[in-house]
Ligand binder design. Structure first.
Ligand code: ATP
Ligand code: MG
Length: 554
C-alpha cells in the first residue's frame, strides 16, 4: 500500500533519531475501545493508526478493553470487537487486557498521591463543585483542599469500603485551582458509584475517572505512544501530571489526531445503538450501518477500508470525508479483484424466435478481464433468456439504443439479436420480448462489420437460478444528519433498502459462498450475504454501483 503522510510517524522518527523513547523500548501502542458498542469506520481509523504505527516500527500494539466505567459494558461487544479487528487484518497476539484488571493498582496509586499531599477527599456535591469551578479570571475553590493527609487516607479507605452513598465524596487531585486549563483545577479522580462491574462484580463501589485511569493503564502496559483522538488534547497536561506523580514503570507520551467524520451517516455509538434498538436497521451488522460488521456484510473488503484510511492520511484537523470516497475505494478494489458474472435484477423473458427449441450451447467467458490468471468459465445459452426489463422499450425514447422493434443489440459474449416485438398481458404489461438472432455473430461481432450500439446482459432461462437481491442506498438523506441542533432520526432515508425477490442469476453462482464478491455486469458490485446466503437461497447485497459519482481531487 502507498506510503502516506502521517505526522505521528514524523514525531516518532525524530524521537528515534534522539535515541528512542522510554529507555530504548520498542514502539508500543494500544487500541483502547470501550466495550459498549460495535466498532465503526471511525474506530478503523484509530486501529490503522495504532496497529499501523506499531507495524511500521517493528513494535507492538495491545488490545485493551477500556472498561473502567461500570455502567455500560457488555461481553457481546468484546467478542465482536475482537472479530472486527482480526477481519481488518490486525492482531494483538497475547496482549489482550481489561483496564478493570488494574483497579487494585489504580487504588494504590491514588493512595500514593494522597500520601504525597497530591490528592484529597472532597465533600462538595457535584452541583457545589460546579458552582465553585470559577471562571477564566476566578480560580476554583474547595474548602477541603487542605484536609490533613491522614484524614484523606482514612476517608478514601472508607469510600472504598462502601461507607458512603453515591456522590457523597470524591477524591480529587491537588493540582492548580487557578489553572487556565479547567481539567487541571483539582480534577476528580475517583467517585463513588454503587454499580456492579461486568467483570469485577461488587468488589468495587469506587471507580477511577478516565483521565486518571488511562495514563496508568498505558504505563502499566509499557505503552510508549498513547495515540488518541483530538478531544483529549486539553487533557494531556493531566495525563502527563499523573504519569509524573505516581510511581508508574514507564512514561508514555500522548499524541492526538483528528477524528474521522463521514457524510450521510452518524458515528456516535450511542446513536448507532439507538438505530439498532429502535428497529430502524436490522442490527449492528445491517449493511447500511457504518460499523465494520455492517460494511463487511455489505461487501466491503478490509483492503478497501485500509486504503480509504491510508489515503485520508492522519492530521490534527478534524475533517468530514465524503461517503462517496469510501465507495470509490471499494470500487477500485473490486474492479481489480471481483469475479464478473451476469445476473438480472428485474427480469423479463427474451425469446429468440429463430433459435431451435431444445438446443443449448455454451460460451467461454473470462472470470475477470483485469486478472486473466483467474481463467474462464462456461455459461449456457438457449432459446429463452432473461434480460433486464428496462432493456426493452416498445416505443423508444430519444437516444434509447437498446431493444425496441427493429433494433439490434449485442447479448454480451453471445450473439447479436434483432427485436421483432413483444407479448403483453391483458393490462398491457410486457411479458415477453421477441427477437431473432444472427447466427453469424457468434461471440458478439457481426460478420459484415455493421456497428451495434448497445450491449446488454442476460442469463439463460434454462439454467438460471432465482436470487434475492438487496439494493441498498444511504441510510440518511442529508450529508450531516447529526448536526447539534437537529434530530438525526428526522433524516432517515425511507428508501435505503429495496428487496427484489425473483431476480435471475447465472448458474455458476450456485457455488458462491457467503461473503464472495462479484461484479454483476452493468449493475454493480454485489456480495453474497454472510447471514442469509445458502446454495438454496441465494441472497446478494449490492455493495456499490458501478457508476462513480466521486472524482479524486474534488
Ligand atoms: P463514541 O463517542 O461513539 O462512544 P468513543 O470515542 O467513545 O466513541 P471508544 O470505544 O472510546 O469510542 O473508541 C476507541 C478509540 O477509537 C479511541 O481511541 C477513540 O479516540 C477512537 N475513535 C473513536 N471514534 C473515532 C473517529 N470517528 N475517528 C477516529 N478515531 C476514533
Ligand atoms: Mg471513548
Amino acid at each position: 500500500m502507498e506510503e502516506y503522510k502521517h505526522f505521528i510517524h514524523e514525531i516518532i522518527d525524530e524521537e528515534l533519531k534522539e535515541g528512542g523513547r522510554c529507555y530504548g523500548q520498542k514502539v508500543h501502542t494500544r487500541f483502547p475501545p470501550e466495550p459498549n458498542g460495535y466498532l465503526h469506520i471511525g474506530h478503523a481509523k484509530a486501529l490503522e493508526i495504532d496497529f499501523g504505527t506499531a507495524e511500521k516500527y517493528g513494535g507492538l500494539c495491545n488490545l485493551r478493553m477500556d472498561d473502567t466505567n461500570p455502567t455500560k459494558e457488555d461481553e457481546e461487544y468484546v467478542d465482536a470487537i475482537k472479530e472486527d479487528i482480526h477481519w481488518l487484518g490486525h492482531d494483538w497476539d497475547d496482549r489482550f487486557f481489561y483496564a478493570s484488571d488494574y483497579f487494585d493498582k489504580m487504588y494504590e496509586y491514588a493512595v500514593e498521591l494522597i500520601k504525597k499531599g497530591l490528592a484529597y477527599v472532597c465533600e462538595l456535591t457535584p452541583e457545589q463543585m460546579k458552582d465553585m469551578r470559577g471562571d477564566t479570571t476566578t480560580p476554583a475553590q474547595s474548602p477541603f483542599r487542605d484536609r490533613p493527609i491522614e484524614e484523606s487516607l482514612d476517608l478514601f479507605e472508607r469510600m472504598k469500603n462502601g461507607e458512603f452513598e453515591d456522590g457523597k465524596l470524591t477524591l480529587r487531585a491537588k493540582i492548580d485551582l487557578a489553572s487556565g486549563n479547567f481539567n487541571m483545577r483539582d480534577p476528580v479522580i475517583y467517585r463513588i458509584n454503587r454499580i456492579p462491574h461486568h467483570r469485577q462484580g461488587n468488589k468495587w463501589c469506587i471507580y477511577p475517572m478516565y483521565d486518571f485511569a488511562h495514563p496508568i493503564e498505558d504505563a502499566l502496559e509499557g505503552i510508549t505512544h498513547s495515540l488518541c483522538s483530538l478531544e483529549f488534547e486539553a487533557h494531556r497536561p493531566l495525563y502527563d501530571w499523573v504519569i509524573n506523580n505516581v510511581s508508574v514503570p514507564c512514561k508514555p507520551r500522548q499524541i492526538e489526531f483528528a477524528r474521522l467524520g463521514i457524510t450521510h451517516t452518524v458515528l456516535s455509538k450511542r446513536k448507532l445503538r439507538n438505530l439498532v434498538e429502535s428497529g430502524l436497521v436490522a442490527g449492528w451488522d445491517d449493511p447500511r450501518m457504518p460499523t465494520l460488521c455492517g460494511l463487511r456484510r455489505r461487501g466491503y473488503t478490509p483492503e478497501s477500508i485500509r486504503a480509504f484510511h491510508a489515503r485520508n492520511g492522519v492530521s490534527k484537523v478534524n475533517a468530514v470525508v465524503d461517503f462517496a470516497f469510501l465507495e470509490y475505494c471499494l470500487r477500485e478494489d473490486l474492479n481489480t479483484n471481483a469475479q464478473r458474472v451476469m445476473g438480472v435484477v428485474h427480469p423479463v423473458k427474451l425469446i429468440l424466435d429463430n433459435y431451435p427449441e431444445g438446443k443449448s450451447e455454451t460460451f467461454e467467458v473470462e472470470n475477470n478481464p483485469e486478472k486473466p490468471e483467474t481463467g474462464k468459465r462456461e455459461i449456457t445459452f438457449s432459446r429463452e433468456l432473461w434480460i433486464e426489463a428496462e432493456d426493452f422499450m416498445e416505443v423508444p425514447e430519444k437516444k434509447y439504443f437498446r431493444l425496441f422493434p427493429g433494433n439490434e443489440v449485442r447479448l454480451k459474449s453471445a450473439y447479436v439479436v434483432k427485436c421483432v416485438g413483444c407479448d403483453k398481458d391483458a393490462d398491457g404489461n410486457v411479458i415477453a420480448v421477441h427477437a431473432t438472432f444472427d447466427e453469424e455473430s457468434r461471440g458478439g461481432n457481426t460478420a459484415d462489420g455493421r456497428k451495434i450500439k448497445s450491449t446488454i446482459h442476460w442469463v439463460d432461462a434454462a439454467t438460471a437460478l432465482d436470487a434475492e437481491i438487496r439494493l441498498y442506498d444511504r441510510l440518511f438523506t442529508v450529508e450531516a444528519p447529526d448536526l447539534a441542533d437537529c434530530n438525526y432520526l428526522d433524516f432517515i432515508n425511507p428508501d435505503s433498502l429495496e428487496i427484489v425477490k425473483g431476480a435471475k442469476v447465472e448458474a455458476s453462482l450456485k457455488n458462491a459462498k457467503p461473503e464472495d464478491r462479484f461484479q454483476f455486469l452493468r449493475l454493480g458490485y454485489f456480495c453474497a450475504d454472510n447471514k442469509d446466503f445458502t446454495s438454496d437461497n441465494l441472497v446478494f447485497n449490492r455493495a456499490v454501483s458501478l457508476k462513480d459519482s466521486y472524482k479524486p481531487g474534488n
